[in-house]
Design a protein around this ligand. Structure first.
Ligand code: SF4
Length: 191
């Protein structure tokens, strides 16, 4: 299997087969995150992706769920996601769903009709590190989107019928959240 760098999956994907689709993160600007600081975002070459699927097929030919690793494989274009989803189905004929991490930005790049098609191909189960639903905390963390953005993009997923899970970071603002809020203006000024 072609795994590079650190590989993460949510605990609720413990029974999913794991395959690397991407490595690194497209964003790398969240102020609290050091996960992929020195790594570029890369898509696994299709040859490697297929070699891994062939290997999985030898020991789990009836795998029903597969988890694509990387901080946000959903950043890939609609065409690339489609190609990979259809290729998974070529190798793993019983596979019912493909899950992965995604960011709000990755959904924003896609039209609802594309999301519906991806859902029909088996992409279902996006883990989204929203971290918070509070605009001040989102700005403090440098997430790059607002609570309204989260709602707008997740409504598109609802319309497409794609399941998603939010990952929250409790206590992200810290004990001194109230004192930090005035500093948001400073952060904005520095940009
Ligand atoms: S999007 Fe996720 S992986 Fe990327 S910098 Fe933010 S928290 Fe880290």
């Amino acid at each position: 299997m072609h795994f590079t760098g650190r590989t993460w999956r949510p605990p609720y994907e413990a029974h999913s087969v794991i395959i690397q689709a991407t490595s690194g993160c497209t964003y790398r600007k969240c102020r609290f995150c050091s996960l992929y600081k020195g790594e570029c975002f890369c898509m696994s070459p299709m040859e490697e992706f297929e070699e891994d699927l062939a290997e999985i097929k030898t020991y789990q030919p009836y795998a029903r769920r597969i988890f694509w690793t990387g901080a946000n494989p959903f950043a890939m274009s609609y065409e690339n996601l489609k190609l990979r989803a259809l290729t998974v189905r070529d190798y793993l004929i019983k596979c019912q769903s493909m899950a992965m991490f995604a960011s709000i930005r990755d959904i924003r790049d896609k039209e609802v009709w594309q999301l519906k098609k991806l859902r029909a191909m088996g992409i279902n189960g996006l883990s989204i590190g929203t971290e918070s639903g509070d605009d001040d905390v989102l700005a403090l963390a440098g997430k790059g989107y607002t609570a309204d953005d989260i709602l707008e993009q997740c409504r598109k997923l609802d319309e497409a019928g794609i399941e998603y899970y939010f990952v929250y970071m409790t206590g992200l603002a810290g004990k001194q959240c109230r004192q930090l809020k005035p500093n948001l203006s400073l952060l904005t000024q520095k940009k």
